[in-house]
Design a protein around this ligand. Structure first.
Ligand SMILES: CC(C)(COP(=O)(O)OP(=O)(O)OC[C@H]1O[C@@H](n2cnc3c(N)ncnc32)[C@H](O)[C@@H]1OP(=O)(O)O)[C@@H](O)C(=O)NCCC(=O)NCCS
Length: 405
């Protein structure tokens, strides 16, 4: 196992391409190269043959209290010929030990292709997401929905509107745990591309902006496809990719623009936050037809630094006995004092015993420690300690990363 050289990039792509049964043109992987740092790509070899790969992105990600450096783990794959022989385990070991030794990021985050893979490496399911399928006929807003007569909608070219998109995204990002900073390259290669592959059978990337005389206050990026049923009735569809706004009236207007698109009868909104305000705006929220699944997974690479790097919703002073076989430097008792933003090893008796993946799941503030305890994952030694830590770690708004990396 070793970091790769630039000349080995095509082999790295080939492993991932095979592992994921990818359908995109191989050149599309080269876009990803623009956001990956070559010295953070790790590969496993069988003789000369590259058989496994994993990468870490250098991110700034919001956690409760504000943004911190986070390693975004991605491009993880093992050749089908070499699966279930411990290659992923070896890659994860090397990567997490490497992150610990480098000391740059105390937290790692990832999106999982399957939810069963990463718990064994100490990652916890830290955020959830909702997919909506909204029939446009059922999308009437409540009478109390906000409106601002100064606002109007503008149809814009996504690339032309990039400065506005960035400004709005960057205004929202520091307030919501899980959202991460997008570099120029990230916008260019992950958000704006519009090839046939990116369209996936839909139309081009479209952009709607809500603005007033002072400028843009909200935007939606989406694709649409016209269609008519066998009776000639229009039944086009919209796929909403992202929607952000800096205030409630702009937010409501952008959603209205997406929901009211002519000739379209359904809006598929993928990967929305679980506390999306649209759930309050629709007069008939059942029409969201929401489907729920996991969003970000979080691994505390260095428990002490990670716990000292976030803010807390309530004071807590307790001793945690952390179980972590995969990263043994985290195992054992440490005292967390939220008022002092400190977490340090201690010899004092434990108030709670919990595995590192449960702590990771609670880190962004969206996963109840009480529920984890009810599932038998946390042991309380001092009455009240669970309530204390659960209240301290909870956070509003709910965590969400928006786009998969
Ligand atoms: C997922 C993948 C990386 C696993 O690689 P691997 O080298 O076979 O994994 P390992 O041999 O190290 O497996 C370690 C353990 O995880 C388990 N495991 C591996 N993949 C799993 C999966 N998809 N679901 C459930 N358990 C899994 C193994 O059974 C093994 O458990 P054991 O030690 O109790 O036997 C590989 O199957 C792959 O490339 N899949 C397709 C691409 C993908 O999904 N990548 C992850 C992107 S987020």
């Amino acid at each position: 196992m070793r970091p790769i050289e630039e000349s080995e990039w095509p082999a790295f792509v080939a492993v991932d391409y095979e592992a994921f049964s990818a359908t995109y043109p191989v050149e599309i992987a080269d876009r990803w190269r623009e956001v990956l740092e070559i010295d953070r790509l790790l590969s496993a070899f069988d003789g000369d043959l590259m058989v496994g790969c994993a990468a870490a992105l250098s991110f700034e990600m919001t956690v409760p209290g504000g943004p911190i450096p986070v390693a975004g783990v991605t491009s993880v794959g093992v050749l089908p010929s070499h699966r279930r022989r411990g290659v992923l385990t070896a890659l994860m070991t090397r990567q997490l030990h490497g992150l610990h030794e480098e000391g740059r990021e105390a937290v790692a985050a990832l999106y999982a292709s399957q939810a069963a893979i990463y718990g064994r490496f100490g990652y916890g399911r830290a955020a959830d997401t909702l997919n909506f399928r909204i029939p446009t006929h059922g999308s009437v807003f409540t009478r109390s929905a906000p409106a601002d007569p100064a606002l109007r909608l503008r149809v814009a070219g996504p690339a032309d509107a990039l400065a506005d998109l960035r400004r709005i995204y960057d205004a929202v990002r520091p307030g919501r745990p899980g959202m991460y900073a997008r570099s120029d390259g990230y916008w260019r290669t992950e958000i704006l591309p519009d090839t046939e592959h990116d369209r996936g059978g839909m139309g081009p990337l479209r952009c709607l902006i809500a603005e007033d005389a002072t400028g843009a206050r909200g935007y939606a990026l989406f694709r649409a496809k016209a269609g008519w049923d066998e009776h000639g009735v229009p039944d086009g569809e919209v796929r909403l990719l992202e929607l952000f706004a800096s205030d409630p009236a702009a937010y409501a207007l952008v959603w209205r623009g997406v929901l009211d698109r002519d000739l379209c009868t359904v809006v598929h909104a993928e990967r929305r936050p679980v506390d999306d305000p649209i759930t309050h705006l629709l007069a008939e929220p059942r029409q969201l037809h929401a489907g729920w699944f996991d969003d970000l997974w979080i691994r505390l690479v260095d428990v002490d630094r990670a716990l000292a790097s976030r803010a807390y919703a309530a004071p807590a002073d307790l001793v945690l006995d952390v179980q972590d076989e995969f990263c043994p430097w985290n195992a054992g008792r440490r005292r967390l004092v939220t008022d002092k933003a400190s977490c340090e090893p201690t010899g004092a008796p434990a108030d709670l015993t919990l595995p590192v993946d449960v702590l990771g799941a609670a880190y962004l503030g969206g996963r109840s420690l009480r529920a984890a305890a009810d599932a038998g994952l946390v042991r309380e030694h001092r009455p009240g300690a669970l309530r204390e830590l659960s209240a301290a770690m909870a956070w509003d708004p709910a965590p969400w990363g928006c786009r998969v990396f």
